[in-house]
Structure formats: C-alpha cells, structure tokens
Design a protein around this ligand. Structure first.
Ligand code: COA
Length: 285
C-alpha cells in the first residue's frame, strides 16, 4: 500500500505506544522507516514493545516511561527524543483511559482522571512537541479521538467530554499552527479489539450484539487503522489539515431511526413493510 521508506525522514512520538493500537501504529511507522519515541506508564511492557519493533523492522525505538498527565515528564521524553534523533517531526496522541460506569456513581476524581489522561495528556504532548515543531517549521500531529466525540455516549461521559476536547484542540490548532508548517488531524475509530479497551469496554457476552451494530458486521483490524494513521502522518496527506477520519465500518451512522431493522431477518423486514403498505394502500377506484 505504501512505498518502502515512506517515513524515513520522520521521527514519530507515540504516546501509549507500548501496547494496543499505539503499538500497532508504531510498528507500521517503523516498517516504513520512521524512528520512534514511545512512552507509557508500564516500563516492562514498553521495553519489550520497543525491542520487538526494533527486531522486526531495524528502525530505532526510544522507549521511556512517562505519565502524560505530568507536563514535566512529557517534556523530558520529548527532549530525550530530540537529543537522540535530532528532531521530532510527528506526534500521535494515542494514550487514553476509559471505563464504563453509570455517571451518577462517578467521583470527581474518576471524572478528572480520565479527562487528565485523555485531554490534558494530549494537550501536554501537543504543547511539548508543538514548541519544538514551531522552531523547526514542520510537524504533523495525529490524535485518536472517537465517534462519540460528536454524538456523546451513555456510560462513558468523562471520555466523551475529553475526546470532544481533543477534537476541538485539533481543529483549533490546525488553523493556529498551519502558519508554522504544522498539520493536525484525528482518527475516530470504532471498535478495534485490544486488551486495554475490550477488558474495560466490552462486557462478557456482549460481543455479538456489538458486531450486529456494525454495518460491515466485524470489528476493525489493527492494520487497517495503522495504514490510515500512516497516510495521515506521511507527506502524502500534506493538504489534509483539521480533518477527522472515521474508521468504524459504518457503526456510528447506524444509530439512525430505522437502521436497527437491518439486524432482523429479511423475511421479517419484508413482512413488516408489506403490512404497512397494505394498511396505507389507497382503495382502487
Ligand atoms: N468505575 C468508576 N470509577 C472508577 C472506575 C470504574 N470502573 N475505575 C476507576 N475509577 C475511579 C477510581 O475509583 C478513582 O476515583 P476515587 O479516587 O474517587 O476512588 C479514580 O477513578 C482514579 O482511579 P485510579 O485507579 O486511581 O486511576 P489510575 O490512574 O490508576 O487509572 C484508569 C486510570 C482508571 C483510567 C485506568 O482504567 C487506566 O489506567 N486505564 C488506562 C488504559 C485504558 O483505559 N485503556 C482503554 C482506552 S479505550
């Protein structure tokens, strides 16, 4: 899909790059020649991901533990990346925190924790990288948001608020920082199986119903999201700025008024529609 060495001039910082979709994107970037800085809270997982990616691709990976809620820690990682590779040209705001809960049971700290990781964390990384990118006169920032940043969603209010904020930041800075040669875009993924997300967001026994909600009737594959991220991080998308690309098999559109009929058997749909047609047919003259 992409030519070899597409990202050879890039140094990309992926927050939460040691596991899940962050790791899949990191691997794809490295396969295409990018050097990487990855961070996460769990040092062991981070180090083994870095080793795996280096062995598989031959690209260099700097892995450093960091909690994105702390600006000082994020700045230290960005500086270490610049010291090692000379510059950082790309950032992927991927680190996230989320859980399902009835909103009336949440503590203030529960709300703050998710907003701090998702929104403040994305701001911290964007700020630390952005200051450096402004000096260099080029940069690409990609944030992982979600389709419910627009629609909202029951049971994930802190995440919905935070992701809507990330979307607003993306579109605001796409205008403000374009004059420095910096582009900002976002991806809104539907369900992609990862241990982190599915263990928190996919209660046992609900998978089949979740798949039925998706018009393409399957979850996403990591490679599909990694390829989209690659396009948006590469010079091939040089004129795409302030955009959010949804990759969800059509899931979010399926909330429409009559879309749930598609999960019924064809005969039942035909029967229902015929009944209505018969009831409303004009009497023949
Ligand atoms: N329901 C309600 N409240 C919850 C909760 C849940 N499932 N999980 C955590 N909380 C509350 C805690 O009770 C605590 O509030 P309190 O101090 O008032 O009791 C607050 O949230 C912080 O929890 P804590 O476990 O101390 O935070 P943490 O920083 O260790 O973990 C989380 C952050 C909760 C987001 C954790 O799920 C996490 O680390 N997630 C990272 C990975 C992830 O979520 N991936 C999915 C991305 S889609």
């Amino acid at each position: 899909m992409f030519k070899d060495g597409l990202l050879a001039d890039e140094v990309i910082f992926v927050t939460g790059g040691g596991s899940g979709l962050g790791k899949s994107m990191s691997l794809r970037f490295a396969e295409l020649g990018a050097r990487l800085v990855i961070c996460g809270r769990r040092e062991g997982i981070l180090e083994s991901a870095a080793q795996e990616i280096e062995e598989a691709t031959g690209s260099e990976v700097l892995a450093l533990p960091c909690d994105v809620r702390d600006l000082g820690q994020v700045e230290a990682v960005v500086q270490a990346g610049i010291d090692r590779f000379g510059h950082i040209s790309g950032l992927v705001n991927n680190a996230a925190g989320n859980f399902l809960a009835q909103t009336e049971t949440l503590s203030s700290n529960a709300f703050r924790t998710v907003v701090d990781i998702v929104l403040t964390g994305s701001f911290h990384a964007t700020l630390a990288c952005g200051r450096h990118m402004i000096e260099k006169g080029r940069g690409t920032v990609l944030s992982i948001t979600t389709t419910y940043a627009w629609t909202g969603s029951a049971f994930v209010v802190p995440s919905a608020c935070a992701k809507a904020g990330v979307l607003a930041m993306t579109r605001s800075l796409a205008v403000e920082w374009a004059r420095y040669g910096i582009r900002l875009n976002a991806i809104a993924p539907g369900p992609f199986p990862t241990e982190g997300a599915f263990s928190r967001l996919m209660p046992p026994g609900i998978e089949e119903a979740a798949i039925r909600k998706i018009p393409l009737r399957r979850f996403g594959e990591h490679q599909e999201l990694a390829n989209l991220a690659t396009y948006l991080m590469s010079p091939q998308s040089a004129y795409v700025n302030g955009e959010v690309v949804t990759i969800d098999g059509g899931e979010w559109l399926n909330g429409g008024e009559f879309n749930h009929f598609t999960s019924l058997p064809d005969e039942q749909i035909d029967g229902m529609f015929e009944q209505l047609r018969a009831a409303t047919r004009k009497p023949s003259k």
